[in-house]
Design a protein around this ligand. Structure first.
Ligand SMILES: O=C(O)c1ccccc1N[C@@H]1O[C@H](COP(=O)(O)O)[C@@H](O)[C@H]1O
Length: 219
């Protein structure tokens, strides 16, 4: 039985990274969106990525970047997976040759914000992605700590699902039961303040994911 992968996103500090690694996470996200309070520049992201052990994937998160912005991160972290949260086209996401993930901002009516289609059509459109990341529609482009109606994501999609948006230790098990994602991704729910992670919350979140996996395997 495959265990649910865990990605912690928006890390900015070495101490937080050490705890995340100790939690056994599979991926760490660095935010390359300059308007985010979790923003880290390419050099700082590379410094942090250097500390990752083998088999923990660095992910760099963009919102409508220029080609040069992405290239600046890839120069320093060539093996990074790219995560796109804006209105990037499939061709724009795929042009770097790196693995990439496309975020869908799910609105209350099941439509994908900025795309005027439902989730199934959106996933089919981005079929070159490694996965579709589901986040709640919010005023910004994501990372708002807001959940969406998980029932909207219970049907089959053309891509593996990364469940995200307002997850924390108290609700991630329910989200996993509703969506059966490949992975879960969290930022706000493991923070003390924007960009500053909380060790206890990181540990509780990982434990909650493991407990939900164990419960599913026993059922
Ligand atoms: O983290 C940010 O500031 C951010 C900015 C712009 C787009 C996405 C962003 N974060 C990602 O959003 C999801 C959900 O985050 P949360 O757990 O609800 O805070 C996650 O993938 C973040 O990495």
């Amino acid at each position: 039985m495959i265990r649910t992968r865990i990605k912690y996103c928006g890390l900015t500090r070495e101490d937080d990274l050490a705890v995340a690694i100790d939690c056994g996470v599979d991926a760490i996200g660095f935010v390359a969106y300059a308007r985010s309070p979790r923003f880290v520049g390419a050099a700082r992201a590379a410094e942090l990525a250097e500390l990752l052990p083998p088999f923990v994937t660095p992910v760099v998160l963009f919102v409508n970047p220029t080609r040069d912005e992405v290239a600046a991160y890839l120069d320093l972290i060539p093996g990074a997976t790219l995560q796109f949260h804006g209105d990037e086209t499939p061709a724009e996401c795929g042009q770097f040759g790196n693995p990439w993930i496309k975020a869908a901002r799910v609105a209350a009516d099941g439509r994908v914000a900025g795309a005027d289609c439902d989730l199934a059509s959106y996933a089919a459109r981005y079929v070159g992605a490694r996965a579709i990341l589901l986040d709640a529609h919010s005023d910004g482009f994501g990372g708002a700590g807001k959940t969406f109606d998980w029932r909207l994501a219970s049907g089959p999609l053309a891509l593996p699902v990364v469940l995200s948006g307002g997850l924390d230790a108290s609700n991630v098990g329910a989200g996993m039961a509703a969506v059966t994602p490949l992975a879960v991704d969290v930022s706000s729910g493991i923070e003390r303040s924007r960009g500053i992670k909380d060790a206890d919350k990181m540990r509780s979140f990982a434990a909650a994911v493991r407990a939900a996996d164990d419960a599913r395997h026993r059922a």
